[in-house]
Design a protein around this ligand. Structure first.
Ligand code: NAD
Length: 421
């Protein structure tokens, strides 16, 4: 049965149909293992009262072989109709007029939040001394910024036209090497920023998290990144004023009444359970997350910053083989939960790929539809496996007593652990 939507709420049936894209390369191995584990956890958590019927949506190389199209319209229609789904990694077709299938899916369904929770699992090797202090959720804007695909290659008539426009109509004279420049555009809108920040604030409040940090480069890009920060703060004060305390308010009190009053107001807001909204410049943030990760909880940021931040934070807790992610439109309800790594062509077909990224993304999906009991079973089983040093080779090789398991064997281990819970 399908999810239905009633006003702003998704109505989730007990027997739910969920589409999946198997994915290319290692996707062929990690997707079936993930589906089996999800089925097992749902059966165990609800004793048959709830279940998932999976339907395959074609995309990538498999779709091209079957239909001659890398991203058939039918696949988009299925995700539109069923609201949620999971997706294995897809090869980016070269020279097919598609920049990336992932980007196409995000744009067509307007999945404006790229959600990346980052936590450490005991037993997994980390470059940090105290990785247990890392517990963050990144809200990366997914539809705008320098990633919007507005760029012109040096030497083309378009780049020449753009240069002419800049110099003759906009009076721009500070392009260092105009004749040999390529150009790119960076759209950042108030609507785009506000819907991203609003989703992050709602998530933080719903999960009783302590702070939300706006990460930006507004010191340099004042009208794009700087506006993102200003719009974010303004939205927090306007729409969530009774449940948040912003560092702008803190600064105002400090200027008017001094440091002591400002600190008191901040402590009071914390003790009342208000969400503290702060901001930080992106480069300082990357440094701070290594030195004092405990100071950060929910992160809201633009597209390019979010890309770098996601990979650094993932590396801090074990790498992209274990980092989950989802692309979500909180207004329409549409969401695709995906492996964050690529197709791993170097290891595909060898039964060694780590299914943890897609598996943890499926945990996010179960939480998204409110099936938290099933989600918790998978997380607990993974915690137990990692503590025992049981993992696929990419993780096991860095564990002191690591036992390297194949993709299928790791899946069986997780299912056995769920069985005895
Ligand atoms: P990749 O993520 O596929 O591989 C990078 C490295 O990480 C490789 O050494 C690989 O073996 C390892 N790795 C990746 N996933 C792993 C897993 N589950 N278990 C163990 N090791 C894993 O990146 P790439 O090689 O740059 O890209 C390969 C293809 O994937 C390209 O076509 C690229 O466009 C595509 N891609 C797709 C997505 C996506 O679908 N979300 C993301 C990134 C890249």
């Amino acid at each position: 049965m399908r999810i239905k939507k009633d006003k702003n709420k998704l109505l989730v049936p007990d027997e739910i149909t969920i589409p999946y894209i198997e994915g290319d390369g290692a996707g062929v191995e990690i997707t079936p293992v993930t589906r089996r584990i999800v089925d097992k956890s749902v059966a165990k958590a609800y004793g048959g009262k709830r279940s998932i019927e999976w339907i395959e949506a074609l995309a990538g190389e498999k779709a091209f072989k079957c239909t001659g199209n890398y991203l058939p319209d039918e696949t988009i229609d299925i995700f539109r109709e069923y609201y949620i789904g999971i997706k294995g990694p897809l090869t980016t077709p070269v020279g097919e007029g598609i920049r990336s299938l992932n980007v196409a899916l995000r744009q067509i369904l307007d999945l404006y939040v790229c959600l990346r929770p980052v936590r450490w699992f005991k037993g997994v090797a980390s470059p940090l001394r105290e990785p247990q202090k890392v517990n963050m959720v990144i809200f990366r804007e997914n539809t705008e910024d320098i990633y919007a695909g507005i760029e012109w290659q040096q030497g083309t008539p378009e780049a020449e036209k753009f240069l002419q426009f800049l110099s003759s109509e906009m009076g721009v004279s500070k392009i260092r090497f105009p004749e040999t420049s390529s150009f790119g555009g960076k759209p950042v809108s108030r609507e785009g920023s506000e819907r991203l920040v609003a989703s992050a604030i709602e998530y933080a409040l719903a999960n009783r998290l302590p702070s939300l940090t706006l990460v930006h480069k507004g010191n340099i890009m004042k009208f794009t990144e700087g506006s993102f920060k200003r719009w974010g703060y303004a939205l927090a004060e306007r729409e969530f004023g009774d449940r948040t305390f912003t560092m702008l308010q803190y600064e105002k009190i400090r200027k008017e009444k001094g440091d002591g009053e400002a600190s008191r107001a901040l402590s009071e807001a914390r003790s009342e359970g208000k969400l503290i909204i702060k901001d930080v410049i992106a480069d300082a943030f990357l440094q701070n997350t290594l030195l004092t990760p405990e100071n950060y909880s929910v992160i809201a940021t633009l597209n390019l910053n979010g890309d770098y931040i996601s990979d650094q934070l993932a590396a801090m807790v074990g790498g992209i083989g274990i980092a989950p992610g989802a692309n979500i439109n909180y207004s329409s309800g549409h969401a695709i939960f995906e492996a964050t790594h690529g197709t791993a062509p170097d290891i595909a077909g060898k039964n060694i790929a780590n299914p943890s990224s897609l598996l943890l993304s499926s945990v996010m999906m179960l939480e998204y539809i409110g099936w938290n009991e099933a989600a918790n079973l998978i997380t607990s089983a993974m915690e137990q496996a990692f503590v025992r040093g049981e993992a696929t080779g990419d993780l096991a090789r860095f564990m002191p007593d690591g036992k390297s398991l194949g993709t299928v064997q790791f899946g069986d281990t997780i299912m056995n652990l769920i069985d005895v819970m």
